[in-house]
Design a protein around this ligand. Sequence first.
Ligand code: PLP
Length: 401
Amino acid sequence: MAFEQSAKKNFPHWPIWDDDDIKAVTDVVKSGKWWIGAPAVHKGENAWKLEEEFAKFHEAKHCLCAANGTVTLEACLGAFGVGLGDEVIVSDYTFVATGTAVVASNAVPIFCDIDPETLVMDVDKVEKLITPRTKAIIPVHLGGNPVAMDHLMEIADKHNLKVIEDCAHAHGSRFKGKRVGNWGHCGSFSQQASKVLTSGEGGLITCNDDKLATDIYSYIDAGRHIGDYFYAHYSYGSNFRISEFNAAVCRAQLKKFPVQHKIRNEHAKYLTEKLNEIDGVRAMKLTPGTEESGWYVFPVVFDLKKFKNIKVREIFKKMNDAGIPTDDCYPPLHGLALFKDVKLKKGIDYSKANWGGAKSADKNFPVVTDIYKRSIEFPQEMLLADPDKLDWVVDFIKKLK
Ligand SMILES: *Cc1c(COP(=O)(O)O)cnc(C)c1O
């Protein structure tokens, strides 16, 4: 196939930008207003407009922007008063920030194993992890695949726990009639360079409670109140503000998002059907009730026995050598050096964590350990490729047998 010769350059590259993005940045440069400004003065600039536009798009009452999708988690935890002596249940299969945001708040993350088919937090395992110290849960919509939020909220409500949805992969995801980020008490989004909505760096928080929105704002902006005097500081808050440059690019990208999102959803459905026809290959299953997914990544799980017991690293290498954009999956958090060796914060008691030393043994997290050993993932931009290229990828995988 001619396509095979030059596969690499035939797959879309990310980010996708045009003159609107250039204009967005130059307009900020020329305006001389490079930061979001004092809360009482600059309303109407890019950061504030981005909040309005994203709130509308994600069907939330409030949206607050911040510097990235790590500090958004920290701000939500801070607004809930999560701190010393508290525990927060997080998925074991996620980017490290979901766990370290909890560490930053002086609380202890508790890792929850995943469902072998949907690859997101196994909600049935959450209740066993709840202790009198548990204050919050952070479900992660991995690859845009929503956690079963109806079920999770029942558990959270029963135990009076706060829920922060980590939506870093899930811009545009919709579950049972509601966009993600509206099921829990708040939703945290990342606009880092690889994400489906990007401005290089950036974060957004959605919520539907007026008081919570005010508290989160204060945490992001030095303990200030929106509309109030610049040097009035009412509570502890950091500087997690986004810059006007990032906000302006994010607004330009948000305009392009709906078309890309639709293509990713259509192509993911197509690719899932094709891959699942191969004996020994399984695409991530969307949680029943999912209507749209952000599709930040497209995980593929192999039954390696059906592939002559090839190592997953070998599959990864062959695909990359052939020019197929292929990524590593996240190593489960319980095995990362910082958690296993407990290289964390001074003075905090981590002894009741369900990780660290012998407790970090893979056998204690059997599902995620097994899945991680036999998975690869495609980055979201591959889903923007034409279907004939996706066919070519499917054929390539068939030939690995
Ligand atoms: C990217 C990511 C984050 C952190 O976002 P940054 O903007 O890079 O700080 C948090 N959680 C998950 C699941 C992510 O993928």
